[in-house]
Design a protein around this ligand. Structure first.
Ligand code: DX5
Ligand code: ZN
Length: 219
């Protein structure tokens, strides 16, 4: 089954209430919350994303899929745990070492939350292998993290395929999420390669009818 996680990064202030309402009616499976700190990536979306996520938490039963593009992961985890998200994903590149990665995984799980690890386009897929048995999801970035509306990097299809094969081979249950430049053109190839959660911001928010595009992406 393929699920859709709608990135609310570029939802304009003042339009959030109507947009979230409509996205829920259109059956998005998750709300994808892009937390940026101005350090790990240039932009700082921390306040806006915390505000939006808190609001969604109050008005919706749909799960929050929190993507942390931050350097100070531990501090941010604490804040976002207060919103009881379904899953918190942090970047492998922002961790000190392997011990640090395991510590973060354990901490999030101890707080009754699922864990994901994200990798940037230049990070080798092999680097995630040893953590796969302990996490729920691997987020393969299909653009450089930092902003919405970028072009999908075609080279990432092989990476997804390789990860999917490894997961099957090892009999793991890990979800594969893809994020960046996902639209009706790029969705078929990432699904074919094995991705089962598609993040989309621009493609959904710019569409005339959310319901139709979400349905198409899931097909
Ligand atoms: C990029 C973010 C993505 C992005 C998705 O750093 O992690 O979630 O906003 O947006 P689109 O679908 O526009 O690429
Ligand atoms: Zn994201």
């Amino acid at each position: 089954m393929v699920e859709v996680s709608t990135s609310i990064l570029n939802v304009k202030k003042g339009e959030e209430s109507a947009t979230f309402f409509e996205l829920e009616a259109a059956k998005t499976d998750y709300f994808h919350i892009d937390v940026m700190d101005g350090k790990f990536v240039e932009k700082d979306t921390y306040k806006k994303m915390f505000e939006y996520a808190s609001y969604i938490k109050r008005i919706s039963n749909l799960p929050l899929d929190v993507h942390l593009m931050v350097q100070d992961i531990d501090e941010t985890i604490e804040e976002f745990l207060s919103l009881e998200p379904n899953i918190i994903t942090f970047h492998l590149e922002a961790c000190k070492d392997k011990k640090d990665v395991m510590k973060k995984i354990k901490h999030i799980k101890q707080n009754n939350c699922k864990v994901g690890i994200a990798i940037k386009p230049n990070t080798k897929i092999e680097e995630i292998y040893e953590f796969l048995p302990y996490i729920h999801m691997c987020l393969v970035m299909t653009v450089e993290p930092g902003k919405g509306g970028q072009t999908f990097l075609n080279e990432m299809v092989n990476k997804i395929d390789q990860l999917n094969k490894y997961i099957q081979e090892k009999n793991l249950e890990t979800d594969i999420e893809v994020d960046g430049g996902i639209n009706l053109k790029t969705a078929p190839e990432v699904k074919k390669a094995g991705a089962n959660i598609l993040v989309a911001g621009t493609a959904i928010l710019m569409a005339n009818r959310f319901e139709e595009i979400i349905k198409e992406l899931k097909k």
